[in-house]
Design a protein around this ligand. Structure first.
Ligand code: HEC
Ligand SMILES: [Cu+2]
Length: 494
């Protein structure tokens, strides 16, 4: 009885708490959602995670500054904003993700949420106080719900008791069996029936997953690259053969377990070996596997050795937690890099004096021209990442100090794919496929496949490194020169 009252009591308190939270202005709620979706990977209100604790940052910074910072803190650091540079230095030059996609209003909601959370203690007491329960007062004072931890302990105790009770029941049953002179439960028979149930449920679930959820995967869509078609055909043939074998062997395995279950009378026959049978089940899989492996090796060699002299060279640079890309420019040669050069302005550590670097272009969005080969060169700043472009069937480890690459040719433009999928919001993506740290899942970059004309146009509007670094030393406002296409043109014409 006491247990039930305590459960009810904690339910009551939890719902009370949610009501008092619902009393806040709507922007706080919105802000909480946005904060949870975008910021919790690196921030908490009261403690340092990847970034600093955000408690009272709403009073520390002006609203405009806050908005600008969240939208693009790296830009602010580069432009030399004193506060931004100081924060960046204080946090070991860790980069915060840019949130250009958040609107001013959305960021204001986040600020409202940070404010509400920072002022939480007094607010919580005030809104819960009318219930005038001593429990709720102590609860908000400690900042934690003691009933929640109590409930967890209770659940653990109930689980232990349940296990003890089940053990007791079986103990009694086996005693009864001993007294009666035959087992009270025929475990052999129960296991046999369970095997059949497992076959039906498991096979049904596997088939359901394959046909229903399988459709949702990127692999169910046509590959958007030349080698991707070859890869898909290899994958599908392997899947078909292993799939058929899977279904036959699983049915045999579980059906026999059920059909010949122990009914208390049956005796196993002694059947030591059968050479003919063993020959069959060794030779056939050996032949099939050899065919699959040879096919796989051929496909692998074909994909990995496809070098094209004319391929556009693009460097993909992974860091915790994001990507940059560098285009080799008109000379199609990347400028040298050196990790010692990595700093506030030079995030990729490109050697600014290298002539090959002058026409390089650093971007936060990958563009490829359709039908033209590209050669991706991968580089990592900190830990091992894995560059994954699922629609193109491209994946390669990105390892600090170890250059890797992948050559491929995209075949479907973003616009064509949007039509094909009937999804006007579709975008190709570059993801990280290696669990590389707390905010690993945020490592995502937009990828656009353009027509060659669109691509040339886009590339021409991107400032080159020579344009963005050289004048920066003369002018005090580096950011202005980075954004100014005017400067790019004058440099380009020199
Ligand atoms: C990838 C990790 C990451 C994510 C995601 C992130 N931040 Fe940050 N944030 C940082 C780091 C690191 C710093 C410290 C400054 C620096 O090194 O750039 C920081 C600093 C800040 C600061 C300044 C703190 C101070 O002490 O003045 C604010 C404000 C801030 N972030 C807000 C946000 C908001 C709002 C979001 C979500 C929209 C967010 N951040 C998402 C990593 C992140
Ligand atoms: Cu990663």
């Amino acid at each position: 009885m006491r247990i039930i009252t305590t459960v009810l009591h904690s339910f009551f308190l939890v719902s009370l708490l949610s009501f008092s939270v619902a009393g806040f202005a709507q922007t706080v709620e919105e802000g909480e959602k946005l904060f949870n979706a975008n910021c919790t990977s690196c921030h908490a209100i009261n403690e340092k995670v990847v970034g600093p604790a955000l408690k009272n940052t709403h009073t520390k910074h002006k609203e405009d500054w806050y908005i600008k910072w969240v939208k693009n803190s790296q830009k602010m650091v580069k432009s030399g904003d004193a506060m931004a540079v100081q924060l960046y230095k204080e946090n070991n030059e860790a980069l915060m993700t840019s949130f250009e996609n958040l609107s001013d209003v959305q960021i204001k909601s986040i600020i409202a949420y940070v404010k509400a959370e920072s002022e939480k203690q007094p607010v919580a007491t005030a809104s819960v106080a009318p219930s005038s329960s001593t429990d709720s007062a102590s609860m908000s004072a400690s900042g934690e719900n003691p009933y929640k931890t109590k409930t967890n302990w209770m659940l653990a105790i109930v689980a232990v008791l349940l296990i003890l009770v089940i053990g007791q029941v079986f103990g009694i049953l086996s005693r009864i069996g001993e007294i009666q002179g035959r087992p009270a439960i025929n475990w052999g028979s129960i296991n046999g029936k369970l095997l059949l149930a497992f076959l039906i449920v498991g096979m049904g679930a596997a088939i359901w997953e394959f046909f229903i959820h399988g459709k949702l995967t990127v692999n169910a869509q046509d590959a958007a690259s030349i080698h991707g078609e070859e890869y898909d055909s290899m994958f599908n043939i392997t899947l078909l053969i292993t799939g058929i074998v899977f279904i036959i062997t699983q049915i045999l395995l579980f059906w026999y377990g059920y059909r010949y279950r122990n009914d208390g009378k049956r005796k196993a026959i002694y059947y030591p070996d059968n050479h003919k049978l063993e020959l069959i089940w060794t030779v056939i899989p050996a032949i099939v596997l050899t065919i699959l492996v040879i096919r796989g090796l051929k496909t692998w060699n074909h994909i990995m050795n496809s070098q094209d002299e004319k391929a556009a060279i693009v460097e993909v640079y992974g860091y915790q937690f994001g990507w940059n890309a560098r285009y080799a420019g008109t000379d199609n040669k990347l400028g040298n890099h050196d990790f010692r050069q990595i700093g506030v302005v030079n995030a990729l550590g490109v050697d600014p004096k290298d002539p090959k670097a002058q026409d390089d272009v650093i971007v936060n969005e990958l563009h490829f021209p359709v039908g033209k080969p590209v050669s991706l060169k991968f580089r990592a700043k900190d830990v091992i990442h894995s560059a994954y472009l699922p629609h193109f069937r491209v994946q390669m480890n990105v390892v600090p100090g170890l250059p890797t690459q992948f050559n491929f040719t995209p075949t479907i433009t973003t616009a064509e794919m949007r039509n094909k999928l009937n999804n006007p919001k579709f975008d190709y993506v570059l993801l990280c496929n290696k669990i590389c740290g707390g905010a690993h899942y945020r490592m995502k970059m937009k990828v656009v496949v353009d027509t060659p004309e669109e691509y040339a146009k886009w590339l021409a509007t991107q400032p080159t490194l020579g344009a963005s670094t050289a004048p920066a030393t003369e002018s005090t406002d580096a950011q202005a020169s980075i954004n100014s296409t005017e400067t790019v043109k004058t440099i380009a014409s020199k």
